[in-house]
Write a protein that binds this ligand. Sequence first.
Ligand code: AMP
Ligand code: GLY
Length: 433
Amino acid sequence: MKVLVVGNGGREHALAWKLLQSKQIEQVVCVPGNGGTASMERCQNLPLAVDDFEGMSRYALENGITLVIVGPEVPLAKGITDYLQDKGLMVFGPVRAGAQIEASKAWAKALMQEAGIPTARAAVFTQAAAAKSYVKSQGAPIVVKADGLAAGKGVTVAETVAQAESAVDAIFQGQFGSAGEFVVIEECLIGQEVSVLALTDGLTIRPLLPAQDHKRIGEGDTGENTGGMGAYSPAPIATPELMARIQREVLERAIATLRAKGIDYRGVLYAGLMIAPDGDLKVLEFNCRFGDPETQVILPLLETPLEDLILACVQQRLSEFPPIAWKGGASATVVAASGGYPGEYNKGQVITGIGEAEATGATVFHAGTKLNQQQQVVTDGGRVLNVTGIGENFEQAIAQAYAGIKHIQFDGIYYRRDIGHRAVSAKQGEQTP
Ligand code: AMP
Ligand code: GLY
C-alpha cells in the first residue's frame, strides 16, 4: 500500500511512523510533512498546501496512492474528503458535512442537544448586545467561544463579567474572521479533562485509549494556553466504567444522530470531556480528527496495524473487526518548544541530539521542524519536537521521555519538567488507600 498523509505536525509524523512499522506499507507520502517525515525510510514529503486538493488528487492518481489519511481539521472542514472521494480515492476523515462537528461549535451544540449528549448549558448569539446581556444575567465565571475554527484560540474561560464582555467584543469585531459570526456562551465546568479519540465507519464506533494533555505553558498547569505541552495515556481518570458511559452516552449517540442527519461519518470522532469531581461527565467539544499531541502517546501503545483499522473504517466493516489490541503499560510525551512560545519565537535554529535521544529508547516525533539546505534539522514552529517514552507504568514512560529530551539542544529550547505528574499521583493514590 502507498498512503498519503495530509499535515505537517507531530501527529502526522506519528501516523507515518506507525504505518511504516507494517510490511504492508510500501511508502508514505506526507503533504507537506516536516523534518521528521523527510528523514524516515520509505517516507517522503510532497510540498503542496493542505488545501491544494487538486494537486493532491493528481499526485495520488498518478502515483498509485491507495489511501489518504487527513490529519488537520482545516482541509476536512473545506471538504477534502468529498473532493478526493469524487476522484475515486479512499479517504480516512469525515466529509465536509461531518467536519462541522468541529468547524461550528453552534452546530455541534445543537447536535449534542438533539442526541441527548451531556454537555455544558449554552446559548448562541449573533449580536454583541444580546450576548453581553446574557453574560450579565449569568454572571462569571463563564465561557465564551467563537463559533468556527480558530486554531485553538477561540475559547475564553472568563473569570469576570468584564473579561467575558471583552471576549464577546473581540469575536464580533472580527478577531477570528468568519469564525466570529456566531458566539457560543456556556456555563463554566470544573474538573479534569480527558480526550477520547474514537474510530468510526459511520455505523460502529470504537474508542482508542483515553489520553490527557497539558495545555498550559507553565509547570503546575499555569500560564498561557498552548496547542499542548505534553500528554500521557491511558488517562487514569477514564476508568472502564467511565469509558463504558462515554461509549453509550456520547460516542454512540453522536454517530446515530449524524447518521439520522444523512451524514456518513468515517474517521476519528474525538470527544474532549470534562469529568467533574463527583464523576459527572460532559462534552466540552468534538474534533473531527486525531488529537495532537494525544496521537503521539496513543499510537506507540497500539498493537493492531493502524492501516487495518483505518481500512475497516473507510470500507465500513468495523463491526466485524477484532478487538483493538494494545501493548499494555503507559506512554508519555514531552513537547520541546521554541523559547517565547506561545508568543513570538525564532525559527531556523539548528537542532542537535535527536539520534542520542532515540538511542535512549525514546521516540522523537517532529512537529515544527524542517531540513535546511545543508540537510540539517532546524526549528520551524512553536512546538518543535515531541519526545515520547513508553513503559510498564507512568514512572517508566515519563522517565524514558525525559531521558531522551535531555539530549536535545537548540537555541531557546523550553519544555515542562512536570508532564504526567497527575497520572503518577493518581497511581500512587491507588496504591495507598
Ligand atoms: P474547546 O475548544 O471547546 O475544547 O475549548 C478549549 C478549552 O477551553 C478546553 O479544553 C477547556 O480547557 C476550556 N473549556 C471549554 N469549554 C469549557 C467549559 N464549558 N468550562 C470550562 N472550560 C472550558
Ligand atoms: N490536543 C488538543 C487537540 O488536538 O485539539
